[in-house]
Ligand binder design. Sequence first.
Ligand SMILES: [Zn+2]
Length: 133
Amino acid sequence: MQNKQRIKSRLERSAVKYCYQIGIPWHQLPSLYWNKRDFAKITGRRRKRKGTLGACSYWHNAILVDLDQRNPPNTTETLVHELTHLRWQHLKHGPKFEDRIKEIMKGVTYPKREREDEKPYYRIKLFEMIKGE
Ligand SMILES: [Zn+2]
């Protein structure tokens, strides 16, 4: 339990650091969730298969790093993986995605996230909300 709290604090600090490094503005820092149940409460997303270590919801600006896993492997890498989804929403899993994660963990910096980096879905939803639909 003590250990879990330590991991959470460390990941919270890391998230702020990495967001700054990869250009996610401070007022758009994602909310972090530590288990699938809490993440599902916010996102309405049903729990995924057992092996899932993390998840990301653009619309809720929320990230899951599942600490309920027995021996969570590399939680920092899971966090960076999900932040990469959030920062480059069009980038799909693959070698380029993996390279990006490695670069981030090495300390490479990136410009601020732009509208073009976001999924149009996000904008459509926002537009619908503004229109009150
Ligand atoms: Zn992924």
